[in-house]
Design a protein around this ligand. Structure first.
Ligand SMILES: Nc1ncnc2c1ncn2[C@@H]1O[C@H](COP(=O)(O)OP(=O)(O)OP(=O)(O)O)[C@@H](O)[C@H]1O
Length: 372
């Protein structure tokens, strides 16, 4: 990346013998929105806390606009953090909370008030300026927390699950507001979340972590359409996986020999005969029919269950060898399929819609480090 604004280079953190973050490297551009995701305990918050200066990295460097910041104390970093718990001062009014950081920086009273009021206005909470924060709703408190960070005009804003305490309706409303604000201000956001929809709808790039390691960094489309490893595919969901061995070439084509038959691969670059491999196919690329002979790659399955997900239905299938597949079909297609649970059906897909995943060497290495 040419215009790196914030650079994380090999950050690592252990607590005693426990390795929380193995190595975290990422170049972030000015104004970029980065979301960090991963299962509970994978090191997301620890990474964010190292950025904020709330945790000291054992190894690695952080630079902001070319200057090293990892040795600076929190208050000199210009990377404030908004927490899930918000950490507002309950005994202060809304305005006093927003003014607090400016006061700590020695900004004079009148200027403090002018800047705080400006942010209260921008975030639509001026009406509550004199109210105690304890008497606000979750969404209002969320805005106060944002105003309190933004009033400091940070170059980077770190957000740790900022919307998780809100109800679904308010969280979606705040998502839109956050994205708009971030675009308008051009601030770099680093955002930790458990929510797939938040990460995929807000971020320019998503970082998926597993066991203290970065598994994949990419645009939401990249991660969604081309998960690199089995872990990311399973974490993102909606993907069927088939294990097998790579065949020799037949008419220039390679196949994956699975326990349920042979399926053709569109791209087998880097693979040789006998390699074991995992094939991934997105659920929306799998067709289901009651008769065989419809697709190039076809596997006989049993229809295990139907899961209604709004306009689409996820069909859970099981192959003869016990592999689970999932196909996503439109409601109308399901009516035409006319198959009930327990029926024999055929799952098929075009070879171009299948892709081979990288074997999870990284996560295994992570597990060894953690076990050591
Ligand atoms: N101060 C600490 N002392 C010891 N272990 C810690 C400390 N802080 C975090 N850990 C451990 O480090 C690992 C990573 O924690 P972290 O909070 O970064 O995970 P996370 O991905 O943010 O999880 P969650 O999604 O549950 O918030 C966890 O196993 C956690 O128990």
């Amino acid at each position: 990346m040419t215009n790196t604004h914030l650079k994380l280079d090999g950050l690592a953190k252990s607590y005693g013998n426990f390795v929380a973050v193995v190595e975290f490297s990422l170049d972030i551009a000015q104004g970029e929105f980065i979301a960090i995701m991963g299962p509970s305990g994978c090191g997301k918050t620890t990474s964010l806390r190292m950025l904020a200066g709330l945790e000291t990295a054992d190894r690695g460097q952080i630079t902001l606009a070319g200057n090293r910041i990892d040795q600076l104390p929190v208050w000199e970093r210009e990377t404030p953090m908004v927490w899930q718990s918000l950490a507002l001062f309950p005994f202060m009014t809304v305005r006093e909370n927003v003014e607090f950081g400016l006061k700590m920086r020695g900004v004079a009273g009148a200027e403090r008030r002018r800047r705080a009021d400006d942010w209260l206005e921008r975030l639509g909470i001026s009406t509550y300026a004199d109210r105690n924060v304890a008497r606000l709703s979750g969404g209002q408190r969320q805005r106060v927390a944002l105003a309190r960070s933004l009033v400091l005009e940070p170059k980077v804003l770190l957000l740790d699950e900022p919307l998780s305490a809100l109800d679904a309706h308010m969280a979606i409303k705040m998502q839109g507001e956050l994205k708009k604000l971030q675009r308008e201000l051009g601030i770099t956001f680093v955002y930790v979340t458990h929510s797939h929809s938040e990460a995929f709808s807000l971020a320019d790039r998503v970082v998926i972590m597993n066991g203290g390691r970065v598994e994949q960094i990419g645009s939401p489309q990249d991660i969604f359409l081309r998960p690199r490893s089995k872990f990311v595919a399973q974490f993102v969901g909606g993907i069927s996986l088939l294990e097998g061995r790579i065949s020799g070439k037949e008419d220039g084509k390679r196949f994956l020999e699975t326990r349920d038959g042979k399926v053709q691969l569109a791209d087998s670059s880097g693979l040789t005969q006998g390699d074991s491999a995992d094939l991934a196919v997105r659920a929306d690329r799998i067709s289901v029919t009651v008769n065989p002979g419809w697709g190039e790659n076809e596997i006989a399955c049993t229809l295990v269950s139907e899961e209604f997900a709004g306009a689409v239905v996820n069909l859970h299938l099981e192959t003869a060898s016990g592999h689970s597949l999932v196909a996503q079909v439109q409601q109308r297609e399901l009516e035409q399929l006319d198959a009930s649970t327990g029926a024999r059906v055929y799952a098929s897909w075009h070879p171009c819609d299948g892709f081979i995943l990288e074997r999870a060497q990284q996560s295994e290495a992570g597990a060894k480090v953690r076990a050591a």
